[in-house]
Design a protein around this ligand. Structure first.
Ligand code: NAP
Ligand code: GDD
Length: 323
């Protein structure tokens, strides 16, 4: 029997990688997309004849119930969210509606339609905020530092609660930052690699960034979507930290990215206070020992290879654009 998977947030970075991965595993892949005045399917363009898209919105309970009824998925991956931290300071209520209450709407739909559907919730290392220990594990207490982080803490605990209350097979993946050539250009890694390509090709002079000292545990999105699938295919539902265990600064990321094209980052990067946050997460570093032990998951792409992959992809894309 062909297994059906439903992905909310299929038009995002992770949705695109996960759709491709699940398709390769033999799944029939369905994606939830929200209505917009213009299509936003660039990341899944190459999969358009393979995935089935359905309109629904995290803000609209009935639309999610109808979608789950229609698709009857075996596995549901809830990746949709307002995922950009600075926007969460500007739009905290909308962020809570999408990123926090949206999770309950998805879980309620599953509870109403079919409790045997396995659910993955996209939780985040941003929940650790002001870190209480290093590295962070599944038992490290949360201290979120943004409305986004607070919303994700709600999403995490409501997932655990539905598992405990209704015996749902619901897993929360606490994923540390993961990047790729499909990353949105507002996130710092892609902002840097896009600018490196444009500066190298003479289209831009300067790159304005915020806190260069911030430390993140950056992995490759392609590795991380595999972990989501492993969680839903394990015997018992549980929560897992997914991380590389290495941390690097924004400055170091920029240094490697500029070096890769023969440039010195210090000649191009300027600090702009506009990109500083009201409250910052200064450091994150995860310990994925549980995922290694129980799921057999390990990251495959190194930090240096990730930076190079992203710079190369942006160079190729920008060159094509100016041809
Ligand atoms: P992303 O690129 O920002 O994608 C977010 C997705 O959510 C998009 O498909 C977006 O659709 C959809 N969405 C937003 N609001 C919606 C709504 N009201 N109804 C339906 N869909 C809606 O995010 P990502 O990097 O792929 O991350 C996937 C998930 O993992 C998110 O929940 C994120 O918070 C979480 N996460 C990400 C990371 C990371 O480092 N990438 C780490 C930990 C956790 P549109 O295309 O229509 O905007
Ligand atoms: N976006 C951005 N832009 N960040 C900058 C900049 C800049 O110009 N300059 C410095 N930074 C710093 C931020 O202050 C932050 O400390 C770090 O770079 C990473 O910022 P982002 O790439 O925006 O990611 P994030 O860590 O805030 O959030 C991402 O990772 C979370 C997991 O920990 C997002 O993908 C979240 O959705 C995800 O949950």
């Amino acid at each position: 029997m062909t297994k059906r998977a439903l992905i909310t947030g299929i038009t995002g970075q992770d949705g695109a990688y996960l759709a491709e991965f699940l398709f390769e595993q033999g799944y029939q892949v369905h994606g939830m997309v929200r209505r917009s005045s213009s299509e936003n399917f660039e990341r899944i363009q190459h999969l358009r004849d393979k995935v089935q898209l359905h309109q629904a919105d995290l803000l609209d309970q009935l639309s999610i119930v109808r979608l789950v009824e229609e698709v009857q998925p075996h596995h549901l991956y809830n990746l949709a969210a307002q995922s950009f931290v600075p926007t969460s300071f500007e739009q905290p209520l909308l962020t809570a509606e999408f990123t926090a209450l949206g999770v309950t709407r998805v879980l309620e739909a599953v509870r109403t339609v079919d409790r045997s559907i396995r659910v993955y919730q996209a939780s985040s290392s941003e929940m650790f905020g002001t870190v209480r220990e290093e590295p962070q594990t599944e038992t490290t207490p949360f201290w979120p530092r943004s409305p986004y982080g607070v919303a994700k803490v709600y999403g995490h605990w409501i997932t655990v609660n539905y598992r405990e209350s209704y015996d749902l097979f619901a897993c929360s993946g606490i994923l540390f930052n993961h990047e790729s050539p499909l990353r949105g250009k507002e996130f710092v890694t892609r902002k840097i690699t896009d600018a490196v390509a444009r500066i190298k090709l003479g289209l831009q002079q300067k790159l304005r960034l915020g806190n260069l000292d911030a430390l993140r545990d950056w992995g490759f999105a392609g590795d991380y979507v595999r972990a989501m699938w492993m969680m839903l295919n394990h015997d018992v539902p549980d929560d897992y930290v997914i991380a590389t265990g290495e941390k690097h600064s924004v400055r170091e990321f920029a240094d490697i990215a500029f070096q890769h094209v023969g440039l010195n980052w210090e000649d191009h990067v300027e600090v702009d206070p506009r990109y500083l946050r009201p409250a910052e997460v200064t450091t994150l570093c995860g310990d994925c020992a549980k995922a290694r032990r129980v799921l057999g998951w390990a990251p495959e792409v190194s930090f240096h290879d990730l930076v190079r992959m992203m710079v190369e992809a942006d160079l190729t894309r920008v060159k094509k654009e100016i041809e």
